[in-house]
Design a protein around this ligand. Sequence first.
Ligand code: ADP
Ligand code: MG
Length: 525
Amino acid sequence: MVQQDQDRVLQDTERVEGRTALRNNVDAAIALADAVRSTMGPKGLDKLLLGDDGSYLVTNDGVTVLESAKVEHATAKMLISTSRAQDDEVRDGTTSTVVLTAELLINALELVDRGVHPTIIARGYRMCGPVVEQTLDDISILADEATSLSSVKTSLAGKGDSSLQNKLAELAFAAASVTGSGEPEHTRVMTERSGSIKDSELIPGIVLMKARVHREMNLKPQAGRILILDGGMEKRKPEIEASLKITHTGAIEAFHARERADLQARVKCLSAANIDCLVARDGIEEEAHAMLAAAGILAYRRVERPEIEHLCRATGARPVFDVEDIRDEDVGHFASIREEKWQGVEHTIFVGSQSQGVTVVIRGSTSMRLEEAERAFNDAIGVACQLIREPRLLPGGGATQIALARRLRRHAETIPGREQMAIEGFAAALEAIPRILATNAGLDPIDELLRVTAAQAESDSAWQGLDVNTGQTGDMRKASIVEPISVTRHAIAGATEAAISVLRIDDVLWAKQDAQEPDWQTDED
Ligand code: ADP
Ligand code: MG
C-alpha cells in the first residue's frame, strides 16, 4: 500500500506512533500509580472517594480506589484489570502490582530514551522471571500457625485500628483453618449494623435472613437431615395449555382435592426419606405449609442461589429438582438450626456438618466502618487461604524486593547484551516498594533503602527489612512482618506482564470522536 492509500484508510482514525505512544502510555500508568501510592503500607493514608450522586467512601484499599476512578485511557484500564486479576487471584498485593508496573514502565522509558529498543527491554524483563522465582523460593520459609497468623495481620496493616486488625485476622485465620480448602469463597461474609467489631463471630454454617415458612413448624435444635430443592413445591401447572370444563357440581372441589393430594404425596416422599428440613429455591405452596408442619418438617422458601450453594457446602447436600426422586447421597446433614432476631429481623442459623462452608459475621456501628472492615477481611481471608494452598512466607517491609534487586544486579553482570540494562531497570523498579513504604511513614526513602541493603549484605540475610512502625531495620520474622509467597510472586509476575504488553505497543489508533456518520443514520435519530 502506498502512503496515500494508507492515509485514506485511516482518515477517521487518530494515530500516535512509536515513542510518543509509549510516553503517553507511561504517563497514564504513572497517574494511576500516583493515585494509590500513598495508601501503601501500614502508614499509608486513606482516600476519600466521592461519587456523582453525593455518596462517599473512605478507603485504604488500592483496588477500590482504582475501580472508582473514571478512567478513559486504554493503558490505565489495562493496569486496572491487572490489579483486579491480582485481587481475584490472591486478593492482596493490588497496590504493589500497580506501583511496580508503573516503575517498570518509567525505567523502560528511560532506557528507550538512551537508545535501547523496547523489544530488548521486554526481553530483559522476561529474563528476570526465573531469577525472581528461584530467589523467592530460596528466601521463603515454611509457615506455621503463629507465622501464618502474623501474615494475615500484616495484610491488614494500615486498615483500621489494631483491635479491628486483630479481630479480623483471627476470624480469617480461623475460617480458613476450619474450611481447610484454600478457597476464600467457602467463607461467606455478612455485615450487621449492630454491636462493635469485637462482637464479630465465625459461624460454622450459614445464616439466612428469613424465618421458617410456618410458625407451627417445630424448630428442633438437634442434628438432622436436610433436603435442598432447586425449584419449589408448588401446584403443578398443566404441561399443555388447558382449560377446565365444568360439567357437574363439585368438579372444582374435586380438582382442588387432587391438587391437595398431589402436595400431600410430595410431603410423604419427604417423610419417607426422613427429611427434617426442606430448603427451596422457589416458593412452597401455602397449603403445603401445614402438611409439612404436621409431618414434622421444617421448611424455608425463596432462598437465593448463592445461599443455596453455601448451604450445600455446609451440609454436604446436593440440590434435587423434584422431591419424588430423592437419593440418599443428595441428602445433607446439619448439626443444629436456630432462629435469632438481629435488629428485629428474623435470622435462621444453620450449623452444618461439613466444614466446607462457614460464615463470618462482621459487626459494627456504622455502614462505612462495616464496608471498610469487609474489604479488609477480603484481603485477610485471601492471605489465609493462600497459606493453606502454599504455606510459605516471605519477609515484608521491603526486604523481599531489596533481596531480589541485589540478586538481579549480580545476575545482570553475567548478561553481555543490552538486556543487562533492562535487568538493572527491573531491579531498580522493585526497590520502589521499600522507598514508598518509607516515604509514607515520613522516613527518608534513600537512607532507608541504603540502610536495609547494607544490613542484608552485612548479615547475609534476605530477611532484613524496614519496620515502618518503629522506623527500625531488623529481622522481619522477629518483627512478625511476613507475607505469603504467592501474593508477592503473583504481584511481580502480573506487573511484569502488564509492563511488557505496554512496551510492545508502538502504535495507538483510535476512532475520531466525531467520525462522520452516514446521513440516513443521523436523520433517523
Ligand atoms: P497492597 O495492596 O500491595 O497489599 P498494602 O497497603 O497492603 O498494599 O501494603 C503492603 C505492603 O506493606 C507490603 O509490602 C508489606 O510488606 C508492607 N508492610 C506491612 N506492614 C509493615 C510494617 N510494619 N513495616 C513495613 N512494611 C510493612
Ligand atoms: Mg495488602
